[in-house]
Design a protein around this ligand. Structure first.
Ligand code: BG6
Length: 477
């Protein structure tokens, strides 16, 4: 049974949802320079806004103009929590101003007021793939320690301003995407001299680890500051969680899976929850000749800024083999071997509801702090029927199976406090830049060729999720 105060809800991110990229004094962010595309085509990281390309973040789903209507719909569905991110460049357009942009601050005041009026708890991601482009140009993003202080100033501004409106915060979205080559740009703001294809960025692992260290320090400082500004604040980390299964019971596969899970999944959570670099990460860096600068005092800061709860995204599991011939056979953009027991989405994500229960149990055993699933969902091509309805039974099935596993985890004894489904209102995909890959229970009439009027349409899953929330997870039909 789900606890009575369980946070049922949905999640979004400003760069994929908000639009209004030049309105209200907003500056440009790294996402605003990433063109649309798909795996078949190419997405480009550009250095200027090019006429021949489309940039999906510029309009996205236009939450900027639709927030009242959207929040009304979320309230109708019975949402208890809504996850959104604050666009850094709405508050500090270049990241370097001394004073914040009042119009940007006001926008989020309106949004939070609307949520509170509708009894929906905001959950705010401070940084979700959004770095002021001016900081990429001047400092190469998080390569520079300068960003720690600039981020601190931003945090101080928003913590102070919203201290009576927001209680739950996440510092960096999927901080461990910095460990993927494609995390270089969106997650860390690292760019190269030449314009590059998003999925083929030049990789410099040492730089990624250095930039990630700066984010660890920035996150810990933010957590400490948050608790000083309001001791009631609850601060969380946010990890992209993809459990790694061994492809066979051959001990070599088991070891390969464990090592990859440690580095790609647990490393960042360990730093943010326990407050120090785990032994396996230190030895990985040594073996791979990754030498980063950790300044005196940094380790102290990490200890002082540990998080109150652990949040994560969960979409799929991966299969790992020690034998290189299986690498990539799973067809997922993050690699891995095919798992014959699982079906995949059209984008190669291997659907694994039981993996969520395994994950929740592993995490709770490891950390013993409250857990929050802040992303989970089914990205699919939705079709509007002749009568205007959208019959997304596949999404209902996906969500239902994951909810059942969460319930079992709670019965296992896991302290799970909430579940916010990803892209509850259709938005732009982070990895492919498409609108066509839809996750929502609410459809947004907007298409990849730039057409569409942003009209919101409830899908079949809307009424279904409303019933789930109203029955606190008892009615899944
Ligand atoms: C997570 C991100 O990686 O997964 C989101 O936090 C993203 O920003 C989501 O949108 C789903 O991935 P995608 O690539 O299908 O949009």
């Amino acid at each position: 049974m789900f606890p009575g105060n369980f946070f049922w809800g949905g999640a979004t991110a400003a760069n994929q949802f908000e639009g209004g990229w030049k309105l209200g004094g907003k500056g440009a962010a790294c996402a605003d320079y990433l063109s649309s595309g798909s795996y078949a085509e190419t997405r480009k990281i550009t250095h200027t806004i090019r006429e021949d390309l489309k940039y999906p973040s510029h309009e996205a789903a236009d939450f900027y103009h639709h927030y009242k209507e959207d929040i009304k719909l979320l309230a109708e569905a019975g949402f208890k929590m809504f996850r959104l991110s604050i666009n850094w460049t709405r508050i500090f357009p270049t990241g370097m101003e001394d004073a914040p942009n009042e119009e940007g601050l006001q926008f989020y005041d309106y949004v939070f007021d609307e949520l509170i009026k509708n009894k929906i708890q905001p959950l705010v991601t401070i940084n979700h793939f959004d770095i002021p482009i001016a900081l990429c140009e001047k400092y190469n993003g998080w390569e520079s320690r300068e960003l720690i202080d600039l981020f601190y100033k931003h945090c101080k501004t928003i913590f102070t301003r919203y201290k009576d409106k927001v209680k739950y915060w996440l510092t960096f979205n999927e901080i461990n995407t910095a460990l993927l080559e494609l995390g270089s740009y969106l997650s860390l703001g690292l760019r190269n001299e030449e314009e590059e294809e998003f999925l083929k960025q030049t990789d410099n692992p040492e730089l990624r680890f250095q930039a990630l260290h700066h984010q660890f320090v920035a996150s810990a400082k933010a957590v400490k500051l948050a608790h000083e500004i309001n001791p009631d604040f609850k601060m969380g980390c946010m990890i992209s969680y993809m459990p790694r299964y061994p492809r066979t019971c051959n001990p070599e596969d088991v070891l390969a899976a464990k090592q990859e899970e440690n580095m790609k999944v647990h490393f960042c959570g360990d730093v943010q929850v326990k407050g120090y670099y785990p032994y396996y990460a230190l030895s990985y860096m040594k073996k791979n000749e990754i030498n980063i600068k950790i300044l005196p005092g940094d380790n102290e800061i990490l200890k002082q800024g540990t998080v109150d709860f652990y949040s994560f995204s969960y979409y799929l599991s991966l299969c790992i083999s020690a034998d290189p011939q299986y690498a990539g056979t799973g067809k997922c953009y993050v690699g891995g071997a095919e798992n014959p027991y699982l079906k995949a989405t059209d984008w190669g994500m291997q659907i694994d509801p039981a993996g969520l229960r395994i994950t929740l149990n592993d995490l709770y055993a490891r950390y013993n702090i409250p857990l929050l699933v802040v992303e989970n969902g089914y990205g699919a091509y939705d079709k509007i029927e002749k009568d205007g309805s959208i019959k997304d039974s596949y999404r209902i099935d996906y969500l239902k199976r994951h909810i059942l596993e969460m319930e079992k985890s709670i019965e296992d004894g896991v302290d799970l406090i909430g579940y916010t489904i990803w892209g509850c209102i259709d938005l732009v995909s982070a990895s492919t830049g498409e609108m066509a890959k839809r996750y929502g229970i609410i459809y947004v009439n907007k298409y990849d060729d730039g057409t569409g009027d942003f009209k919101r349409i409830k899908k079949k899953s809307f009424d279904w999720y409303k019933g789930v929330i109203a029955s606190n997870g008892r009615n899944l039909e």
